[in-house]
Design a protein. Structure first.
Length: 135
């Protein structure tokens, strides 16, 4: 199982992003079932749509929002059930570099036993509990 991060989704949906070619290759592998069903956290959805609104326009943000919600091959993960554990993960970090959304990703990966993560966020690389995928 693989967790999707907003940096990956934004790169995939933004053709001018430096990571877009790699994101497209990873997305093709996802579609082929390489890592099983992907997990899309509610927080990641919110972050992705917001960044696309700011970097592009409302039309692009709405298009991606609808596309993500309609994706039948991904499990949408509401974050309210993860909130308290995410706060614990956020507060327990020693370096303080991970965002709350990043901590939610880590928490969901632990809860759902997902060992893979699609991200371009350097702060999430090098974790022992998550394998950051590359094309």
């Amino acid at each position: 199982m693989i967790v999707l991060d907003s940096s990956f989704l934004i790169a995939y949906h933004n053709t001018s992003d430096v990571h877009h070619p790699e994101a497209a290759r990873i997305m093709a592998q996802l579609a082929g079932g390489r890592w099983g069903r992907p997990l899309l956290l509610e927080y990641v959805f919110l972050e992705t749509v917001t960044v696309l609104l700011l970097r592009h326009d409302r039309e692009k943000a709405v298009q991606v929002a609808r596309q993500l919600l309609a994706a039948g091959d991904a499990d949408f993960v509401p974050c309210s059930d993860l909130f308290v554990k995410t706060v614990e993960t956020f507060c327990a970090q020693e370096s303080g570099r991970l965002s709350f959304v990043d901590c939610a990703i880590i928490t969901a990966a632990r809860e759902r036993e997902a060992g893979h993560l699609a991200t371009f966020d350097r702060d999430l690389e090098g974790r022992e509990d998550l394998d950051v995928v590359h094309a």
